[in-house]
Design a protein around this ligand. Structure first.
Ligand code: ZN
Length: 275
């Protein structure tokens, strides 16, 4: 193919996409466990948006139009969904299907597969604490929506895998894993405030960072936590170190990203999403 023809082809392919902004193109992956970017049109002030009665991240893209960035839980059924704009108007969008693979994990510690009643109580308490963190909604604007990778290292387990521990099905994989040695520094992928730290039965040493408007990161299995609740982190600040605490078969970082209290695929935010 001639160079001119190639250039023309590239231009033609690129032209329609430029009609929508960079953030929309990066984040719009409307599948269960993905993100839907919904155009709200122009407005003089920020519209308020709710999805399943939860507040939604809204940004002003390219200084022109407002967009809603909606997190879609893994349990979302493909088909039409809707958001509420300013408490009155409904806007609909379409959710497509996505197939998630299975993963089988062997744990030596059977207690991490079938916990005893005392541990079940602890797990329930910890789950409630973490759910409250995910439900926080602060007014701040995220510093960046194209996130930096929190650690150097290859991606290991993807988001959404249906998981079987010692043959028994448990919750699907709610985050993205990076393979990294114990002690590797973990950096904030965007600016944010530390809203929760803990040492949890499944997640081990854990840090929650609020990036703004319901966009929240969770970092798990840390060998060390280097921050405390209330700390303001700049983009790239070290918040802890990779480890294998909690239910982990070896050192790695497990990273969750949540939007409007829905855990979504973190790969979307680092440009590594695979359909
Ligand atoms: Zn994980």
């Amino acid at each position: 193919m001639s160079r001119l023809l190639t250039l023309m082809l590239v231009f033609c392919l690129a032209a329609p996409a430029q009609a929508e902004g960079f953030i929309s193109r990066l984040l719009n992956k409307p599948v269960p466990g993905g993100v839907a970017v919904v155009d709200l049109g122009p407005a003089t002030s920020a519209p308020t948006v709710r999805y399943q009665n939860k507040p939604v991240l809204v940004i002003h893209e390219d200084g022109q139009r407002w967009i809603a960035i909606v997190g879609l839980p893994l349990t979302t059924r493909p088909g039409p969904q809707e958001i509420t704009l300013n408490g009155t108007t409904t806007l609909s969008f379409e959710v497509g299907a996505k197939h998630y693979a299975e993963q089988r994990i062997t744990l030596k510690n059977q207690e991490q597969v079938t916990p005893n009643p005392q541990n079940l109580k602890r797990i329930e308490r910890e789950l409630a604490e973490q759910t409250r963190a995910y439900q926080q909604f602060s007014a701040r604007q995220p510093s960046n929506l194209l996130f930096d990778k929190p650690v150097k290292g290859p991606l290991s387990s993807p988001f959404g895998l249906r998981r079987f521990f010692n043959g028994e099905e448990r919750n699907p994989h709610s985050g993205l894993d990076f393979a990294a040695n114990s002690g590797t520094p973990i950096k904030a992928p965007a600016a944010g405030k530390v809203i929760l730290t803990g040492s949890y039965f499944f997640n081990g040493n854990t840090v929650f960072v609020d990036h703004g408007q319901g966009l929240i990161s969770m970092f798990c299995h840390l060998s060390a936590i280097d921050v405390k609740v209330g700390d303001e982190l700049q983009r790239g600040a070290v918040l802890g170190k990779v480890g294998a605490t909690g239910r982990a078969t070896g050192p790695h970082l497990h990273w969750n990203v949540s939007l409007n209290d829905a855990r979504v695929d973190p790969a979307i935010f680092i440009g590594a999403f695979t359909p």
